[in-house]
Design a protein around this ligand. Structure first.
Ligand SMILES: [Zn+2]
Ligand SMILES: [Zn+2]
Ligand SMILES: [Zn+2]
Length: 130
C-alpha cells in the first residue's frame, strides 16, 4: 500500500494584504493573523472558493475525474471508482522578484515579514519585505 498521493490544487486565493499595515497576510482564506502587526483580518475571495469547490481532477490511481466538493485544502479525497484515496494540497503561490544587482528574476515563495535573499546569478544579498 503506497503512501497517500498528494496533488497540488490548481487554484489559490490571491495574496491578501493586512488592512492595518499593508504587509502580506499568510496565504489562505478565513481569519488570518498579520505576522507583522498582529491584526486579525478576514480573507475572503468567493471566486476562489467556487473554483476550489468545483475543482475536478483525475484520480491519480485510476484517472476517473473526482470533484473536490469543498474549498478546504489540504483535504483527503477518496475516489468513488477505485476507492483509493489521495490528498489535495494547497497551491503554493510564488512571486517574482527582480534582483537589484542584476536583471535576474527570482521566483520565491512569499512569507510575511522581511527576509534576506541571495541572488544565484550575481551573489548579491538583499532584503525583501512582504
Ligand atoms: Zn499588519
Ligand atoms: Zn480512482
Ligand atoms: Zn543578481
Amino acid at each position: 500500500m503506497a503512501d497517500s498521493v498528494e496533488i497540488e490544487s490548481q487554484y489559490a486565493p490571491p495574496l491578501a494584504e493586512c488592512a492595518h499595515c499593508e504587509h502580506m497576510l499568510p496565504q489562505g482564506l478565513g481569519e488570518k493573523e498579520c505576522k507583522v502587526c498582529g491584526a486579525v483580518c478576514r480573507v475572503g475571495h468567493q471566486p476562489t472558493v467556487d473554483s476550489l469547490t468545483d475543482e475536478a481532477l483525475p484520480c491519480p490511481h485510476c484517472n476517473t475525474v473526482v470533484v473536490a466538493g469543498t474549498d478546504e485544502r489540504p483535504v483527503e479525497m477518496t475516489c468513488g471508482a477505485c476507492m483509493n484515496s489521495f490528498t489535495l494540497t494547497p497551491k503554493i503561490i510564488k512571486v517574482e522578484i527582480d534582483c537589484p544587482g542584476c536583471e535576474r528574476t527570482l521566483r520565491i515563495r512569499p512569507r510575511p515579514g522581511t527576509r534576506e535573499l541571495k541572488c544565484p546569478a550575481c551573489e548579491s544579498g538583499f532584503n525583501v519585505t512582504f
